[in-house]
Design a protein around this ligand. Structure first.
Ligand SMILES: Nc1ncnc2c1ncn2[C@@H]1O[C@H](COP(=O)(O)OP(=O)(O)OP(=O)(O)O)[C@@H](O)[C@H]1O
Ligand SMILES: CC(C)(CO)[C@@H](O)C(=O)[O-]
Ligand code: BAL
Length: 288
């Protein structure tokens, strides 16, 4: 039986009663199979899984989709129940931010200012602030985040490391639709034509990542994205796994963000670069 609670007092009581580990999955709701995979992964480790559902105003820019973000609590609770989640914490804005916006917030540091951070100023500071609050309020021993939001996951790992937080962060690979589209709550904004155009993102990453050479990985992905006029690329970047400059060889990450119609989508994949004869260029590689 999944209990649904809305206040921090109820949350404190619920977690105080847990004899073992508290495993947390943080979400903004409009749950899909990606979220459910996080819950299932959490359930495999801990019997007590807590899902938070909160559309955090702090991480949305003034012209972003905070107001229209899908809010589907009943269906979300049903999905959590089907995954054996013990508690859903769905606070109001006042419950999370009593007294209004916080005066003390997180600084997302240099990695918070590139890629998504460059396009969404303040987004990662707002995200890290609510994640830090939710880690404290839930007393999480372990928290699960998706690789779909790769830079978010990297920053949360950095938060935990830099501030000595006593929580395990587990990353979960991106769950995709059968045709390759990364699952995302924002996919429901896409018209059928936009959805079809949006497949260029995963196709570009997949075919780009098939190359073991940095230049051709970027060139292949760039070409595929350029073939789809409805896709307006924000960035296409090849980085190290920690989002630093790409290595001369070994594990790397290919990331993309683009607008399709009025919807901004992101995606990323791992790839492995083979050693090349050329000297590596130490600058991050990015094409817009
Ligand atoms: N396709 C996916 N595969 C794995 N994890 C995912 C996927 N989509 C979202 N998640 C993870 O679920 C958690 C909650 O994400 P969120 O509620 O923002 O969903 P979302 O689908 O990413 O929404 P949005 O479309 O608003 O970006 C995050 O850790 C996120 O990375
Ligand atoms: C981690 C998170 C729940 C914080 O609001 C959000 O950024 C998300 O859903 O990925
Ligand atoms: N899915 C990451 C949260 C956001 O886009 O605001």
């Amino acid at each position: 039986m999944t209990s649904v609670i809305h206040t921090r007092a109820e949350l404190a009581a619920a977690v105080a009663a847990v004899p073992g580990e508290v495993a947390v999955v943080m979400t903004m709701g409009a749950l899909h199979e990606g979220h459910r995979t996080l819950m299932r992964t959490a359930r495999a480790r801990a019997p007590f899984v807590l899902v938070t559902i909160f559309v955090n105003p702090l991480q949305f820019g003034p012209n972003e989709d905070f107001e229209k973000y899908p809010r589907t609590l009943d269906a979300d609770v049903a999905a959590c129940a089907a995954e054996g989640v013990a508690v859903v914490f769905a606070p109001s804005r006042d419950e999370m931010y009593p007294g209004g916006a916080p005066q003390i917030t997180m600084d997302a540091g240099p990695v918070g200012g590139i890629l998504e951070g460059a396009s969404r100023p303040g987004h990662f500071a707002g995200m890290l602030t609510v994640v830090q609050k939710l880690l404290m309020l839930t007393r999480a021993d372990v928290a699960y985040f998706g690789e779909k939001d790769y830079q978010q996951l990297a920053l949360i790992r950095r938060l935990v490391r830099d501030l000595e937080l006593a929580v395990d962060i587990v990353g979960v690979p991106t769950v995709r639709e059968p045709d390759g589209l990364a699952m995302s709550s924002r996919n429901r904004y896409l018209s059928p034509a936009d959805r079809s155009a949006a497949l260029a993102l995963s196709r570009a990453l997949r075919l780009g990542a098939a190359s073991t050479d940095a230049e051709s990985a970027l060139a292949t992905a760039t070409k595929i994205l350029a073939e789809e006029p409805a896709v307006r690329v924000d960035y296409l970047a090849l980085t190290a796994p920690d989002l630093g400059p790409p290595p001369a060889s070994g594990p790397a990450r290919l990331l993309v963000a683009a607008r399709v119609g009025g919807t901004r989508l992101i995606d990323n994949v791992p790839l492995t670069l083979a050693p090349s004869d050329r000297l590596p260029d130490p600058r991050p590689r990015q094409r817009a």
